[in-house]
Design a protein around this ligand. Structure first.
Ligand SMILES: Nc1ncnc2c1ncn2[C@@H]1O[C@H](COP(=O)(O)OP(=O)(O)OP(=O)(O)O)[C@@H](O)[C@H]1O
Ligand SMILES: [Mg+2]
Length: 430
């Protein structure tokens, strides 16, 4: 098979805690995506029967899921988010079934089944760096099963799996760099020198979900308890009003002095509901700060009231506190690498992932900053003054972009190697 074939049919699959980003190279720079979740319809209902849910299709995935979310008590049981902190539990069969349906949906959407030349995609799946081996095995297995079960010929010809931060480095054509990949579930602090420097990797259990948690608490405190129960709305509110402060204390002072300028009011699209924090609008700065520095004293009162801190990470025998300042985590990680390479790693810090996509509204520049500016300041405060921090373009899509580039470069003949975790895993019968 010519390499032209592979170029045409490389298919990126970025498995995120909140969003599955997927699609073939022909999509350009922006993948298709939907929430990584599945809904188990009530099979007893007449409507489910009318919709054709007989045996065989018990899980709904994709954009359609929204239409099933009527107010109901058993939603938590029926709506499955398969990933927690960017991993899937080994024995969580329901979660794996959702991941399988999500994958099948993604591949089927783009498979040109009426094209005779199509013999299946070259799938490039991306998961967290340092993922347990069973995640690799299960992903291979899922792809195999999807092929076997396909009525219209194989959807996948071969699969490979790449750690997300490495995909980012590849998309940015960076050979030696430190990738900080921060999505919904976690933040991977990852020094890279051609490969992930495994012993220096620090996965923090902190991501967009934690920003949602603090947002939810702020909403409850402001009397919007009902609204705070709806996960998706909390996320919309967070993205619309959350800000990263250049310096938290002075941002709070300024916002309290001039509340109108910093007013956090959000109109829920398509409804008559407006959530207005009014005199508490200064709290919008807490949302951004929390991601960078949850050990700031301002959060102590939250912890005292029972608000859960981000959980600690165990790396080998070491424990990294969940509340570790992001700049400290970066310094600790880079300082585990050889002294000679350290300056290169500090000089090329790349931020990627949706959780770094914070905007700075016009008129608030300086008081509110972007993620790269915040981190540069935090590093400076720790005596690291010559670091270069850059937010990649389209941070939420850079992993998927890297999957495509990687898939183009790995030669077809290069077989999967369990020792190196590289190469193509050819599927049976292909
Ligand atoms: N403009 C924005 N401002 C603030 N947060 C944002 C913005 N855009 C996206 N996010 C947040 O980024 C997160 C999603 O990012 P991403 O798609 O990279 O995560 P993921 O891949 O699903 O999760 P993970 O990689 O941790 O498993 C969500 O928490 C979302 O609210
Ligand atoms: Mg991700």
């Amino acid at each position: 098979m010519s390499s032209k074939y592979k170029e045409l049919f490389v298919f990126g699959e970025d498995y995120g805690t909140s969003d599955y980003k997927f699609g073939p190279a022909s999509l350009g720079n922006v993948p298709d995506m939907f929430e990584n979740r599945g809904y188990l319809p009530d099979m007893g209902s007449v409507i489910a029967r009318m919709q054709g849910f007989g045996e065989g299709t018990p899980i709904v995935v994709g954009p359609e899921v929204s239409t099933y979310l009527e107010a109901r008590g058993d939603l938590a049981e029926r709506l499955i988010y398969p990933m927690r902190e960017s991993t899937i539990e080994e024995g969580d069969e329901r979660a794996w079934s959702v991941v399988k349906e999500v994958t099948r949906f993604g591949l089927s959407r783009y498979a040109p089944l009426n094209n005779e030349a199509f013999k299946g995609f070259y799938g490039v799946a991306s998961i967290v760096a340092g993922a347990p081996k069973y995640m690799y095995e299960r992903l291979f297995k899922i792809h195999e099963e999807i092929n076997t079960e396909s009525q219209k010929g194989p959807l996948v010809k071969a699969v490979t799996i790449i750690p997300q931060p490495l995909a980012v480095a590849i998309a940015q054509k960076a050979v030696t760099c430190t990738v900080i990949e921060s999505g919904h579930g976690n933040t991977q602090v990852t020094p890279i020198s051609r490969q992930v420097i495994q012993h220096a990797l620090i996965p923090l259990n902190r991501g967009g979900n934690d920003a949602n948690m603090i947002t939810q608490q702020i909403l409850r405190d402001a009397g919007f308890g009902e609204f705070a129960k709806e996960r998706r709305l909390v996320r919309m509110f967070k993205e619309a009003v959350g800000l990263i402060p250049g310096d938290l204390n002075s941002a709070i002072d300024e916002a309290k002095r001039d509340p109108d300028r910093f007013r956090a009011a959000f109109r829920v699209p398509g409804t008559r509901i407006t959530i207005d924090l009014k005199e508490n609008s200064w709290q919008r700065f807490l949302i951004g700060e929390y991601l960078f520095n949850p050990s700031h004293e301002v959060f102590q009162s939250y912890y005292k009231r029972g608000f859960l801190k981000p959980s600690d990470t165990h790396v080998g025998r070491e424990v990294i506190l969940g509340t570790t300042d992001l700049a400290d985590a970066i310094a600790t990680s880079i300082e585990r690498c050889s002294i000679e390479v350290q300056p290169y790693l500090f000089k090329n810090i790349l931020l990627s992932g949706g959780n770094f996509a914070w905007k700075v509204p016009s008129g608030l520049e300086g008081v509110a900053v972007d993620a790269a500016t915040k981190l540069t300041r935090l590093l400076q405060a720790r005596g690291i003054s010559d670091a270069t921090v850059r937010l990649v373009k389209n941070p939420q899509y850079s992993v998927w972009q890297g999957c495509i580039v990687y898939g183009m470069y790995v030669p077809e003949a290069f077989k999967w190697d369990w020792a190196r975790l590289e190469g193509w895993h050819a599927l049976d019968g292909q």
